[in-house]
Design a protein around this ligand. Structure first.
Ligand code: ADP
Length: 399
């Protein structure tokens, strides 16, 4: 069984070819600058291949990826027939999709209706599905939604305290994102806990985009992102939680349109906006070490924001059994983990400095032996969730 996993963005697309049963990854890669010029970065085994080829649209990009998988020096399969199914990362499933689904004309139609909720992402996702149907006719396509895992949130957690009609008329509520990662990591954490019932797990997915979720008995009960990904934690370039009053005041002072204000909040804020240096935490940590005070501020704000959500979710879960760190920052930055966990002994979370500083690409426990709750570092694997959901749906194991 081989699943072609596709994550189509507005000017880029990521792909992987994976066997969901053995978890073997045959190839992985990225097409960038689609519509501009075009670069393909393809990895297979320990080898890498970079091609600069014109990609006017996503169609040429996907054609090139398939050709690379089949015919190039980076070839890993003999023909398209070796691909059994395609699993698509889809961003916004609204309230319509609480789990992964086989892509049908009706599913695409529903996703089109959801475009206003994700104007940048859903069109690219739909395009990826339609191109795969055209280039690989007859092969099953499955959509795996970023929002689906969060659909179990209770109404009092997902509602905004706006007039109720804003919800009924426009679907304005919290949806949450990074669901495949929150699902994967919380599920791994459940397996790592001795306790099997009433499991209370907090997942901090910390990458360029970041979010926290509270997971009770395997079901999400709250998450930090909202109607769109701009809410919640301070991120690489996103502002996270900022009062509406501050935004409207900034707009009036700077004479900004809604689109300009959103552009600032999504692309020029967060770690980049505070440090003035970079959206990449590594560079900002380096800046802090070199004595740059705005870099110090950005790092302290990142950690403080995460810590506040951890405290809130311990309350939401009536306690905690495991706090999990994942994503580029969560998996690699021992300093952020240390600051987040400092002083949480009263919540049963005691980090072991030696375990925290040890580097490893594997899931591990970094809490002291005496810590009442566990602190896990768990590498996320969203591609595996997409491949496995695709496998289960295509083979009829799950409807
Ligand atoms: P994406 O959300 O794009 O998938 P990643 O999960 O790869 O992003 O996370 C990228 C972030 O992880 C960047 O801010 C980067 O600086 C940070 N990061 C990666 N390695 C380290 C490290 N060793 N120490 C601190 N931060 C790191």
């Amino acid at each position: 069984m081989l699943v072609f996993i596709l994550n189509a963005g507005s000017s880029s697309l990521k792909y992987q070819l994976m066997n969901p049963i053995s978890k073997e990854v045959l190839a992985t890669g990225l097409c960038e600058r689609i519509g501009i010029d075009g670069i393909l970065k393809h990895e297979f085994g320990d080898n890498k291949l970079t091609l600069e080829v014109s990609m006017p649209t996503h169609k040429e990009a996907i054609e090139l990826v398939l050709k690379t998988l089949i015919e190039s020096e980076g070839k890993v399969i003999n023909s398209i027939d070796d691909i059994d199914a395609i699993g698509h990362r889809a961003v916004h499933g609204g309230e319509e999709f609480a789990s992964s689904v086989m892509v049908t004309p009706k599913v695409i139609e529903t996703m089109k209706k959801l475009i206003p909720l994700a104007p940048l992402h859903n069109p690219a996702n739909i395009m990826g599905m339609e191109i795969c149907q055209e280039l690989m006719p007859g092969k099953p396509n499955v959509a795996v939604f970023d929002t689906a895992f969060h659909q179990t949130m209770p109404d009092y957690a997902y509602m905004y305290a706006l007039p109720y009609e804003q919800y009924t008329k426009h679907g304005i509520r919290k949806y949450g994102f990074h669901g495949t990662s929150h699902y994967f990591v919380s599920n791994e954490a459940r397996g790592m806990l001795d306790k099997k019932h009433n499991t209370r797990i907090i997942v901090c997915h910390l990458g360029n985009g970041s979010s926290v979720s509270a997971v009770l008995n395997g079901k999400c009960i709250d998450t930090s992102m909202g109607l769109t990904p701009v809410q919640g934690l301070m991120m690489g370039t996103r502002a996270g939680d900022v009062g509406a009053g501050a935004i409207s005041y900034m707009m009036s002072q700077e004479k900004l349109t809604i689109d300009q204000a959103l552009d600032i909040m999504n692309k020029k804020s967060g770690i980049l906006g505070i440090s003035g240096k970079s959206s990449d935490l590594r560079e900002v940590l380096q800046g802090m070490q070199d004595g740059d005070d705005r870099c110090r501020l950005a790092v302290e704000m990142v950690a403080y924001n995460i810590k506040k959500y951890v405290g809130a979710y311990v309350a939401a879960l009536d306690g905690v059994d495991a706090l999990c760190f994942t994503g580029g920052i969560g998996e690699n930055s021992s300093l952020i983990r240390e600051i987040v966990c400092a002083g949480l002994d009263g919540m049963g979370l005691i980090i072991d400095p030696t375990k925290n500083n040890k580097r490893s690409g594997k899931a591990r426990d970094i809490a002291t032996n005496s810590s009442a709750a566990r602190i896990f570092v768990i590498p996320t694997n969203e591609e595996y969730v997409i491949a496995n959901d695709t496998y289960k749906i295509v083979s009829g194991l799950e409807k």
